[in-house]
Structures are given as structure tokens and as C-alpha cells.
Write a new protein. Structure first.
Lengths: 430, 781
């Protein structure tokens, strides 16, 4: 069964920031074991795996910012369940305290302990809704601090009314606002001639709600908005959606949340706005040419080029580059990173040129033979791109309008913001 | 604007207050407090001081330090009304109670009192805290608390009660019967928060007791869509197990049992979840329960997870690898989804290639093979490239029609710079060529022998030639001559092969040419053989020397049939692809690690038709159909949800209310119904009252003593009285209680005596004075 034995938050130096045991006492050996396993991996210069199983200890761990979150589990369980629990813990700590840094956790240890105890009882996840948690344990705020300091009685949580399980009962705003953001993430591989080899599009509908009371929203989609493999926040009634696929009716939770996530086809009619020409030339020289072919600026471009060997020289017309040498023995994993903050659509092509060192293999047989026959120059194979291209749509998904069913007078819909993120796009060298 | 200025004034006041507080020796900054300071703060009258001290203690506790010395001081705070103090005390208490059982007993009564609080949150926290105190002596009281809480009007309290059952059982299994009865009632609950917790309790306390599960099964299925995603994942484990053991195996769509259909329909909702684990749990349920022609439902949800984060991607791939091993047809059309993206790490890439090797067939080879070749020759990570080689080799073994294309490309790979690729290609070729020896390939291998710089490639070439000597008898001596030249520099595995080739060639040549010439001395093969034997004689490896000695004595005598049979027999090579994780079930860590993990439990096999219980065990009088129509919006109506309640004032959710009423129709006459109802109700009511009064007595005693010290608590005393009264009133009037008794009535009218006794046994615990008066530590001197 999926029972969590304990939760450990450990900083990068290996000292325990917080430990909560949920199913009876755990011997201190466990935490020692976790530490030793992690330091073992560090010695080998690699990131410890998500699942550590050794000597009948089953431990799941993950590094987020500078804190490692470790969950030992009593017996075999579904690994992704633990992964999801970790993800939620991180998210909740972020919404409460703004970040998941070790300094923040150190400062708020007792509140985090309360949160985690509220979420998990005897190894079972019992209260995982951020909104309900906030009803029980209020977020640290100025008001509360004031109450504490002046010694006034901070208001006890009102009688818990489990009206809508994912919504807080205390939402009250002067300005009622509702934002929708549609993020399209591209996963694709392009051939050297800029032809799409294969790829897919993942669309997330992110919402941010700041609305009083219990509003019932109805989101109309334009015809043709097909959601393939759709996944929804549990505020959406799937059955109703199946009958009326162009309407999404829901009572939103407060704050940021993902309303829906689905897949779409990457159509060949709408090419990506970035034209990349990547060429290997003679003698280990290579050239990468990048041009914005869209109508809007491209932001935060990051080009990663895995290198087969070491570099002898690099130069660029724009942006910064950084060379990360490989950690392993055989030169694998070296990467050249090229970052550009912004490319205007009017700007000329940006170019990166470089030369690779020839591989030098030191082996005795080569030396004795008086040098092997001359080695071919290594070649680059592909590069990966990551960038943001705001205000564009690649899929056919569009929001038509939003209505508040039970409060038609409220005008809180602030419109939709689209953006495209090249999450995992690679281009192969010619 | 106004709000802003208001806030700034507030913060100003806060600063001032902080200053004042500092002056009055109460610290708000993080720094070490001494023992006496802490005790002083814990005893102080101000909430802030207490909170400060508690925060300090909890922080130390969370760092793994032992702060149990403060136990007596902290325990006193359990009476506090402040929710935060209470929460912190509960955390502390749960952690240290087992070391101070006597002191822990003191607070149990106080906590027990809060079971009657008006606020369901407080009640929920109370039952949770009570059951978390791991002191066996109080188990009786915990049981009472559970029995009371499972009838609570708030689903939250009932949920915690279900988990309390688990804790109670793990501490002391002797209350098994009573606890199972509680689980039975909770399984029949109609709130989606409660049922999953009850399922968890069922799974840990009485996993084999399906008798109590049968009547709940259909209701759980209909409620399933309203479970939280987290609960869905956990609940599905039990549901899969139940279905496998109690429902007939589905063969085709039209023969699916209606209950299984109901379950599968509700599992469908998992696929729409944003939580990857829930989607995977749904896929597992389908994989193990659905008829084969329905399995394609799981394909798309699984594929969508491949665009998620790397950990999720890898785990999903491991599941897909498991599925494609036995059912490649499901993913055949989606083979493109497993092509490598730029950001896939080594492990992900390797698993993707393994999946591809399961899916590859002559039909899709025309677009998959070029992609694989690209990985082999272009991928920057050699581990990935070599796995691609293995995939091609594997494919060539299975698909005869494409074998020559694959062979040619594999031979080309032998010339690669990358040692791993060459090794992998060579070992694939070994099997391929051996099973279908064509002179062309063997000759080609022999011809490029000199270029090899990887020992495996050399060894494989030598081995292949020596195995197919009859075909290669004209090439072999020359190859041996070339190989022997560099003998001293070779790896051990190559040396073995050189020796083997030499001896086989020697035997073969002498056998074939026996009649033609007797001139042994000038035959180059013989000379080579002798030469090999003599250099092996001086080799470092004693195994190699041994082997040479063995061959020497074998060949020194005139050849017999046995000699030939030993050395020249044909060998059958098996496809040595290892079985991948076929033994472990989906949804486990074992399948991900491909290794047994402690506590691994496989999904049970479908039960035999003969042992499957009849359908009507699942028949209940609960009218489940009505609850299905209520979407998530019904949450509004189920407000302070009273699951089995017929209370009209709840705002009229007719669906829920109608679930109970038709229960007794046709089983009892109306008169009997009212009679039995009355009697049972009054009986139990009396017992409740007794419980209530004992609790009241104990608490009153305490509080009287307490009053001497703490005048403030006098008001608390009154409150407690009120609360108990409230409870009694509620108890007398609440139609809910009646309903509960009605519902239990339906299942065992004759077992009233039984429940009575259970109450009695627990009552005896209650009657014992728990705290001897002289030990009463509430009186702090």
C-alpha cells in the first residue's frame, strides 16, 4: 500500500532541516542511511536516482532548489504516487512561503511541520487540496503576525464547511478577477533542412482566480477547439464535458491552478518562428545561424549543443555562451550553451561559430605505431532549443468567452493570454 | 489606496508591539532558549508565550533532537482553545507519548472531551490525536472514540476515524472484531472522503474479509468518480484485488460481468486526472481487469505522460516496456512516440529503444530503421548508440525478410570508432551469422579482421570462423596466421578464440586431408598449431595454459570420433535476450527497478469460477443508482454532509435522502420495523448516555482539582458541561442516529446482543479509573 513512512527535508550539506514520522518511530539509522547513499552518489559525481533501494530500505528522493526531499516507504508502492506527493508538498510550501529554499524552510519549520501533519496521517494522503489547507492553517500574513505580537486572539478557524472540497470558504476580494493563460509546449525534432521529423504539442490551460464567494464559471470554447487526451482539474465534471465538449463548467479553486491539459498535433502549416541552420564544416568547424521568422520577438532563447569532444574556439555575434566540460572520463556530456535574452523579428541572423578539437586518444599501441592514421574530425549531431514566443497560438484551441453563471453581474474575466514555449525542440545538424 | 495606508499603519503597530514584547523579556527572534526559560514560557498565561515555546520545541523536534523532557509541561497545554497551540501539542504528543505513558494518559480525557466539540475540525483533530498516541493502555478509549466518530455528522471526522482504526489495530489487534465492524459501516458510507480511508483500513486490517466488502462494492464504484485523485490511486489497488478474486474473468466485451463493467466505467475517470499517478493507476486497473479488446483505452493516456517531467517520463516508459513485452500490438501504431527527443537522458533513451525493439516489425521498419541508424551513427552518447545497435540486431533475428539489410548495416558498424557500438554489433552478428552462415559474410569478417581494435569483434570473428570451418577451410589458416602475429598483445578472450581456432583447424585439416598427404611437418596448419601451443605455454593465464594442455593431450593420440565430436560438433546458439521484468506487476517499484522490492505483492490471478461468490452478495438495498446522477456540483448540497441522513433540512438533496428509505421494504412489516427500531435505539441510547456520564464524571473531578490553581479554567468547566449536554440533546434528537441504527439493523437484527457486548467490554475500560487521584499531575505545584 502507498504508505509514506516519513518525510525528510535535507539541505545540500546533508543536515536534516525537518523530519516527520507518520507511522510510528523510525530509527535514526534511516536518516543516516539516506545521507550515506546520497554522499555515495555525490562521490561518483552523479545525481542520486529517484528510487533508492538498498538493504531493504526503499527511499524516494528528489532535489528541489537546494533542498532534498526524501520519503522512505515501508513496502513496495507506486513510485509516481510518491513523486506526486513530493510535487504537491513543494508546491504548497511555495504558495505558503514563496520559495522552497533551505533558508525559508528553516525559518518556518514549525508551520511546515503543521502543514505536513495536516496533509498526511499515518502515511496516507488525507488532505491534499491547497485551498482547504489554507482554511485550516492560515498562510502567514502581516495581519496574523500583528495579532500574535499584540497578544490578541487570532481568529479561530470558522466551522469547517466542506462545501466544495477544492475551494476555500474564505475567499473575499474587492476586485474579482479571473485570468486564463494558455501555454503551448512544443516537443519536436527537426531535420537539418528544417523539416519536422516528429513532434507533439502539449497545451496547458492555466487559470488564476481571485473571486469572492462561490462562483460558478462557464468557459465557452470556439468551435474547433479539440482537446485530445484531455486531463482536467477535478473541479470539472468530465461527464458533462463529454456531452458538451465546447463548454467547461466549474467552480474554481482560489489562486493559480491548471484547469486542463491536453495534446494537440503539431501542424506543418504553422511552423515555429525560429529558423535554425546548423552546419558541420570541414576541419571540425561548425556554424549555427538563427533567425526570427515570426512577427514577434522571441524571448529567453537557450541553445544547448552536446559536444563530442572539447572546444578549441567559439565566437558569437550576439548573446553569451558558456562551455560546460564533461564530468565523466570519456568526454561525454560536454555541452556548449548559448543564451540570448531577446531576438526581435526585425533583427538579422545571429551566428555562433566554433571549432572542435580533434580527439586525442592516448593509448600505448598508437604511440608505438608512430601515430594512428589521422583521425576524422568529430562532428556535431544535434542541438536543443528552449525559448518563449509570447502571444501566439499553434493549436486550434481558443477561448470564446467566460460567463459567471450564478453572478451574471460580475465582470471579472480579464481575457486570455497565449504563449508558446519551445520545451524540447531539437534540430539536427546538416 | 486606503487599504494600503491601513496596512502600513498595521505594520507600524506590529513593530511597536514587537518592541514592547521584547522589553518584557519575551523573545521573538530565533535563538536558543534555556530550559528554564522554555518551562517558564510554557507556563505563562499569554498564548503568545506558549506558542513561542512550542514553536521552539517543535523546531528542535523536527531537527531530530530529543525534547521529551518538556513532556509534562507541554501536555498541560492540551486544554488550550487556540487551534495552533492545540495542533502543535498534538504533534508533540504523538511523538513522545509512548515514552511517557502515564503522563499521556492524563491528557487523553481532555482530548476525548473535544470529541464533542461543535467544530468538526476540532473533533477530527481529537480522534486523530487520540489514536496517534501509541500507548496500548488507552486503546479501549480509542475504540470508544472510533465507535462514536464513525457516526459523526462530518465526513472529515469519519475519515479520521477510519484511519484511527488502522492505528488502533496496529497497536493492539485484540479489538479485531469491533474494528472490522467499524470498517464495515464506514465502507457503506456515502461520502467520497470517507470511503477511501475505510478502504485503506480494510486493506490493512482485514484484507481477506470480503464479506464486508461485497455490499459496498457497487456503491464504491459509483462514488469513485468523486474521490480525490489521491484516493483514487490508493483505492484502485483494493478494487483490482477484489475484482480479480471475486468477479469472473472477462473474455470479450459482450461477456463482461456487469459489476466489472461498472468498475471499469468508473476507472475511466482516472484518465482525466492531472496527477500522473492516478492516470497510471487507472491504466493498471484496465490492464489487469479489462477484456483484451478494450485495452487500447490505456494507450493514449500513457502516451500523454511521455511529455511530462523526466522522472514521470521514465516511469511511464518502464510501464510501457512491461506492457509492450506481452502486448506489442497496443502501441504498434504509436512507435513514433518513442523516438528520442533532444532532452532525453541516457536511461530514458535506453528504455525508449527497448520499447522500440518490442514494437519494431517489417511493416514499420521502413521509417523506424533509418531513425535507429541515425542514433547509431550520430547520437552523442555511446550507451544510447550501442542500445540502438542491439535493437537492430534483435530485430534482424526476428524478421527474416529484413535480415540482410540489418546485417549489412551491422557489418558497417564494426568499423565505427566507438568501442561500445562495435562490441554490441559484434555480439549481435555472432548470433545472426551463426544461425544463418553465409560465406560472404564470414569472408568479409575475416578480411577486415586486421582493422578491428575491439577484442569482442576479434573474438567473434575467430569464433564464427572456427564454428564454420567446413565452409571456411580455405580462409581459416590465413586468418589464424594473422591472428597469431599479435597474440601476445591480445585480450584473454581473443587468446581463447585463437587457441580454439588453432586446435579445431588442426583436427579438421588432418581429418579432411588424411588421405591426401601424410606430410605433417610441412603443413602450415600443423606448424601454426604447434606454435600456438608453445606460446600459450608461457601465457600468464593458467586457465588458458590448462586448456592448451588439455588440447595437447587430446590431439596427441590418434583421433577418434570422440575427439572430433568434442571439438567439431555444431553448436546451437540461443537468442540470449533477457526476459524483461515479465515477473513483476505494474504499479510497483519492483517493475521499475526490475528487482524484487521488499513488500512486493503481485496482482492476484483471476479466481476460478467455482470459488467466485454469487452475484447477490453484492446486492444491497442501498439505492445506488440515484447517487450517480449527482455531478461534482452536488457537493454544494451535501453541505454538512450527512450521508445516511433523511434530514430534510440539509437543503434537500433528494438523491442522498432517498438512498436510505426503501431499505426495509419487503423485508419487514412496517410495525416490526418501528418496534425493532425503537428498542434498539433506546438500548444503545442508554449505553451512550452511560458513556457520556462516565466521561463527564472523570472530567469534572479533574477540573475541580484544577480549579484551585487555575481560575480561568472555571469557564472551561461550564463549557464542558454544555458540550456534553449539547451532545446528549443532539443524540436524542438527531434523526441521523436513528438512521444509523436502522442501517445496522438491516444487516443483523439478531446481533444486537453482540454489539451490546462490544460496548460492554469497552465500557469496563471506561469504568476503571484511569488516573489514580494521588498521581494526578494536573496540579502543578
Amino acid at each position: 500500500m502507498s504508505t509514506l513512512e516519513a518525510i525528510y527535508l535535507i539541505d545540500i550539506y546533508g543536515s536534516v532541516l525537518l523530519q516527520i514520522e507518520s507511522r510510528g518511530r523510525i530509527s535514526p539509522v534511516t536518516s543516516e542511511f539516506i545521507k550515506s547513499e546520497i554522499s555515495k552518489c555525490k562521490l561518483r559525481n552523479e545525481e542520486p536516482p529517484f528510487i533508492i533501494y538498498h538493504m531493504n530500505y526503499l527511499i524516494f528522493q528528489q532535489l528541489q532548489d537546494d533542498v532534498r526531499i526524501c520519503i522512505p516507504v515501508t513496502c513496495d508502492t507506486e513510485p509516481l504516487y510518491i513523486h506526486d506527493v513530493m510535487k504537491l508538498i513543494i508546491e504548497i510550501i511555495k504558495t505558503y512561503f514563496g520559495s522552497f529554499q533551505s533558508s525559508v524552510i528553516e525559518k518556518n519549520t514549525s508551520l511546515i511541520a503543521q502543514l505536513l501533519t495536516e496533509m498526511i496521517d499515518y502515511g496516507y494522503a488525507i488532505n491534499m487540496e491547497p485551498n482547504t489547507l489554507q482554511d485550516i492553517i492560515p498562510t502567514p500574513s502581516l495581519m496574523k503576525k500583528f495579532m500574535e505580537v499584540t497578544g490578541l486572539q487570532s481568529n479561530t478557524p470558522s466551522i469547517h464547511k466542506n462545501t466544495v472540497p477544492w475551494r476555500t470558504s474564505k475567499a473575499n476580494y474587492t476586485n474579482n478577477e479571473f485570468f486564463v493563460r494558455i501555454i503551448e509546449r512544443v516537443f519536436a525534432v527537426y531535420e537539418g533542412n528544417n523539416q519536422l521529423a516528429f513532434g507533439t504539442l502539449k497545451v496547458d490551460v492555466e487559470c488564476k482566480s481571485q473571486m469572492s464567494g462561490i462562483p460558478e464559471l462557464l468557459l465557452y470554447l470556439t468551435p474547433g477547439s479539440i482537446m485530445e487526451n484531455a486531463k482536467f482539474h477535478n473541479c470539472i465534471d468530465v461527464k458533462r464535458w463529454k456531452d458538451r465538449p465546447l463548454q467547461l463548467q466549474f467552480i474554481p479553486p482560489e489562486g493559480k491552478f491548471i484547469l486542463a491539459s491536453f495534446q494537440a498535433n503539431l501542424s506543418k502549416q504553422k511552423p515555429l518562428p525560429l529558423n535554425v541552420e546548423a552546419k558541420n564544416m570541414t576541419d571540425g568547424n561548425f556554424e549555427i545561424r538563427i533567425r526570427n521568422t515570426g512577427k514577434k520577438p522571441i524571448e529567453n532563447l537557450e541553445v544547448r549543443v552536446p559536444l563530442p569532444g572539447s572546444l578549441s574556439s567559439v565566437s558569437t555575434t550576439h548573446g553569451d555562451y558558456i562551455y560546460r566540460p564533461s564530468k565523466s572520463v570519456n568526454d561525454e556530456g560536454a555541452v556548449l550553451e548559448w543564451t540570448i535574452k531577446k531576438i526581435e523579428w526585425t533583427s538579422p541572423a545571429y551566428v555562433l561559430k566554433g571549432t572542435l578539437n580533434t580527439k586525442q586518444e592516448l593509448s600505448i599501441s598508437d604511440m608505438s605505431d608512430g601515430g594512428f592514421e589521422k583521425k576524422a574530425h568529430p562532428k556535431l549531431e544535434h542541438l536543443t532549443l528552449h525559448y518563449k514566443y509570447p502571444l501566439t497560438i499553434l493549436s486550434h484551441f481558443k477561448v470564446d468567452s467566460l460567463k459567471i453563471v450564478n453572478r451574471p453581474d460580475m465582470k471579472s474575466f480579464k481575457g486570455v493570454k497565449h504563449s508558446v514555449i519551445a520545451q524540447d525542440v531539437s534540430v539536427r545538424f546538416k | 489606496m486606503t487599504s494600503l495606508s491601513f496596512l502600513s499603519t498595521l505594520s507600524g503597530i506590529a513593530e511597536n508591539a514587537k518592541q514592547i514584547a521584547k522589553n518584557s523579556n519575551i523573545n521573538f527572534e530565533d535563538h536558543e532558549l534555556s530550559h528554564t526559560e522554555l518551562v517558564h514560557l510554557l507556563e505563562s498565561n499569554s498564548e503568545t508565550g506558549k506558542l513561542e515555546a512550542l514553536h521552539h520545541l517543535i523546531v528542535q523536534m523536527m531537527h531530530g533532537e530529543d525534547v521529551s523532557v518538556y513532556f509534562p509541561d507541554v501536555v498541560k497545554l492540551v486544554v488550550s482553545e487556540n487551534p495552533e497551540i492545540r495542533r502543535l501539542v498534538h504533534i508533540y504528543l504523538t511523538h513522545y507519548a509512548e515514552f511517557n505513558p502515564d503522563l499521556a494518559l492524563l491528557c487523553v480525557n481532555t482530548i476525548q472531551k473535544t470529541l464533542y466539540d461543535k467544530n468538526p475540525l476540532v473533533r477530527a483533530a481529537a480522534i486523530r490525536a487520540m489514536s496517534s498516541i501509541r500507548v496500548p493502555a488507552i486503546n479501549g478509549i480509542v475504540l470508544l472514540g472510533i465507535q462514536q466518530s464513525i457516526n459523526d455528522s462530518s465526513p472529515l471526522v469519519r475519515q479520521r476515524a477510519a484511519l484511527a482504526i488502522l492505528k488502533c489495530y496496529s497497536l493492539d489487534p485484540s479489538y479485531y472484531d469491533q474494528l472490522v465492524e467499524c470498517i464495515r459501516l464506514l465502507l457503506l458510507d456515502s461520502h467520497p472522503l470517507v470511503v477511501p480511508a475505510a478502504l485503506a483500513a480494510f486493506e490493512e486490517v482485514c484484507p481477506e474479509n470480503f464479506i464486508i466488502f461485497h455490499p459496498a462494492f457497487r456503491r464504491i464504484c459509483t462514488l469513485f468518480s468523486k474521490f480525490t485523485d489521491w484516493d483514487k490511486t490508493v483505492a484502485l489497488k483494493s478494487m483490482i484485488r477484489y475484482a480479480r478474486l471475486n468477479l469472473p474473468k472477462p473474455e470479450l466485451t459482450n461477456t463482461v460481468h456487469k459489476d466489472l463493467k461498472l468498475l471499469l466505467e468508473s476507472v475511466d475517470y482516472c484518465f482525466y486526472s492531472l496527477l500522473p499517478s492516478t492516470v497510471l493507476a487507472g491504466c493498471c486497473a484496465y490492464y489487469y481487469l479489462a477484456p483484451t479488446n478494450k485495452l487500447d483505452t490505456i494507450v493514449k493516456p500513457l502516451l500523454q505522460l511521455l511529455t511530462d517531467k523526466s522522472t514521470i517520463r521514465l516511469n511511464t516508459l518502464l510501464y510501457i516496456r512491461h506492457i509492450t513485452f506481452s502486448r506489442p500490438e497496443l502501441f504498434k501504431n504509436h512507435i513514433k512516440s518513442f523516438f528520442l527527443f533532444g532532452s532525453d537522458d541516457v536511461k530514458t533513451s535506453v528504455v525508449k529503444l527497448e520499447v522500440i525493439s518490442h514494437l519494431l516489425d517489417p511493416e514499420n521498419a521502413n521509417y523506424v530503421l533509418p531513425e535507429l541508424f541515425y542514433y547509431v551513427f550520430k547520437h552523442p552518447i555511446s550507451k544510447v548508440a550501442s542500445t540502438a545497435v542491439r535493437t537492430i540486431g534483435h530485430f534482424a533475428k526476428n524478421a527474416r525478410s529484413m535480415a540482410s539489410l540489418c546485417l549489412n548495416s551491422l557489418l558497417r558498424m564494426l568499423e565505427s570508432d566507438n568501442d561500445l557500438i562495435v562490441t554490441e554489433a559484434a555480439s549481435s552478428l555472432r548470433i545472426l551469422i551463426h544461425n544463418d552462415p553465409q560465406e560472404m559474410y564470414l569472408q568479409y569478417l575475416a578480411s577486415i579482421y586486421e582493422k578491428f581494435h575491439v577484442p569482442v569483434a576479434k573474438a567473434v570473428t575467430l569464433w564464427l570462423i572456427s564454428e564454420h570451418l567446413q565452409q571456411m577451410i580455405y580462409v581459416a589458416p590465413d586468418l589464424l596466421r594473422i591472428a597469431v602475429r599479435t597474440f601476445a598483445d591480445e585480450e584473454l578472450e581473443v587468446k581463447y578464440q585463437i587457441l580454439d581456432l588453432a586446435v579445431k583447424l588442426y583436427v579438421a585439416t588432418l581429418t579432411f586431408e588424411q588421405n591426401e598427404s601424410n606430410d605433417e611437418k610441412s603443413n602450415p596448419v600443423v606448424l601454426l598449431y604447434k606454435y600456438v601451443l608453445s606460446i600459450v605455454h608461457f601465457d600468464m593465464s593458467y586457465d588458458l595454459r590448462d586448456r592448451a594442455r588439455y588440447y595437447k593431450s587430446l590431439t596427441s593420440a590418434p583421433f577418434t570420433d570422440f575427439t572430433r565430436r568434442i571439438l567439431l560438433s555444431n553448436k546451437q546458439l540461443l537468442n540470449s535476450t533477457k526476459n524483461i521484468s515479465q515477473d513483476y506487476c505494474l504499479g510497483t517499484t519492483s517493475v521499475c527497478l526490475d528487482d524484487y522490492v521488499q513488500g512486493y505483492v503481485p496482482v492476484p490471478e483471476w479466481a476460478d469460477v467455482s470459488v467466485i461468490p454469487e452475484d447477490d452478495v453484492r446486492e444491497t438495498d442501498l439505492n445506488i443508482e440515484t447517487t450517480t446522477s449527482a455531478g461534482p456540483f452536488s457537493f454544494q448540497n451535501t453541505d454538512i454532509i450527512k450521508p445516511l441522513s433523511s434530514d430534510a433540512s440539509t437543503g434537500g438533496n433528494p438523491n442522498l435522502t432517498s438512498t436510505v428509505k426503501p431499505r426495509f421494504v419487503g423485508q419487514q412489516s412496517l410495525e416490526e420495523f418501528y418496534q425493532s427500531d425503537d428498542s434498539s435505539d433506546s438500548e444503545e441510547y442508554e449505553e451512550y448516555e452511560e458513556d457520556g456520564s462516565t466521561a463527564e464524571e472523570v472530567t469534572e473531578e479533574e477540573i475541580e482539582e484544577e480549579e484551585n490553581d487555575d481560575v480561568n479554567n472555571g469557564s472551561g468547566d461550564d463549557d464542558n458541561d454544555d458540550q456534553v449536554d449539547d451532545y446528549e440533546n443532539e443524540h436524542g434528537e438527531s434523526p441521523r442516529e436513528e438512521e444509523i441504527h436502522n442501517s445496522t439493523e438491516g444487516y443483523y437484527t439478531k446481533e444486537n446482543a453482540n454489539t451490546g457486548s462490544s460496548f460492554l467490554s469497552t465500557e469496563s475500560v471506561m469504568n476503571k479509573p484511569i488516573i489514580p487521584a494521588e498521581q494526578n499531575l494536573w496540579r502543578s505545584e
